[in-house]
Design a protein around this ligand. Structure first.
Ligand code: MG
Length: 261
């Protein structure tokens, strides 16, 4: 009799243990639900709709609907002089074109951080001079980092000073220049630097540039300020203007717009 009770007890314990082990296994390793296509999709929020620009008589591509227009061929109301005195810029607006004059550089009144900038520029057909003296201007990001504007069409200069270079730092990947008299286009995608507490870069400024549809800078790291003499410096700053350089040459600009990112 005792032996029978013992056997029954052992059987009951075995069944309970088996159940517990099974339950624990189930808790530890729940059966995953089989994935369905919709489980890796989300529908909201949808990207904002932007109406793209189009080619016109006076633009390779006109501003998209969400762009801030910096120059539309009419006036320089978005700009001021970079001279010490400041005030209205003295550059010429004629027939829808902005012409650099030797009256100092100009900069946008509004300051920016991360953006897509579109700017069309042209070297005069009757350009003279050579190397850095031939159709020189520049687009400065945040007022201190220059993308060179120059006649680099069959005109030699130092590689890191030609059109599309991060001036005195990084040459363009290729030379995609159009000849004097034809319009060039820069599409510049710029990421502002992020600084550490000690004023050095945590993330340096970076830029991608498309010149006439050709990538000439690919997420290039900018080493610091543009210096004519000496090496780049790291200077802590916040949002800054787009600056167009007066280098004494009558470079033409048109259709300038920007999209903050
Ligand atoms: Mg320049």
């Amino acid at each position: 009799m005792k032996r029978n009770i013992y056997v029954v007890n052992v059987l009951i314990i075995a069944i309970i243990c088996g159940y517990c082990v099974n339950l624990e296994a189930q808790n530890k390793y729940p059966e995953p639900e089989p994935m369905k296509p919709g489980m890796s999709e989300f529908w909201t929020p949808q990207p904002k709709i932007v109406t793209p620009g189009k080619a016109t008589e006076n633009a390779v591509i006109s501003p998209p609907s969400d762009a801030i227009v910096l120059f539309d061929g009419k006036d320089l109301s978005a700009w001021k002089s970079n001279n010490k005195e400041g005030g209205d810029p003295k550059w010429i607006v004629k027939d829808g074109i902005l012409i650099a004059t030797p009256t100092g550089s100009i900069e946008t009144k509004q300051h920016f951080e991360n953006y897509q900038l579109h700017i069309e520029w042209r070297i005069s057909e009757d350009v003279t001079g050579k190397s850095q003296g031939r159709g020189n201007s520049g687009v400065f990001m945040q007022g201190i980092y220059e993308v060179q504007v120059l006649d680099s069409y069959q005109s030699e200069t130092y590689a890191n000073g030609q059109a599309g270079s991060i001036y005195k730092q990084t040459p363009p990947l290729v030379n995609a220049m159009r000849k004097p008299g034809e319009w060039n286009v820069y599409d510049i995608i710029y990421s502002a630097p992020i600084f550490k507490k000690d004023g050095t870069y945590r993330i340096p400024p970076r830029v991608t540039i498309i010149h006439n549809g050709v990538v000439i800078q690919n997420n290039t790291t900018i080493l610091g300020t543009t210096e004519y003499i000496g090496f780049p410096r790291v200077v802590e700053h916040g949002a800054g203007p787009i600056l167009l350089q007066d280098h004494g040459n009558a470079v033409n600009f048109r259709n300038i717009w920007i999209r903050e990112l």
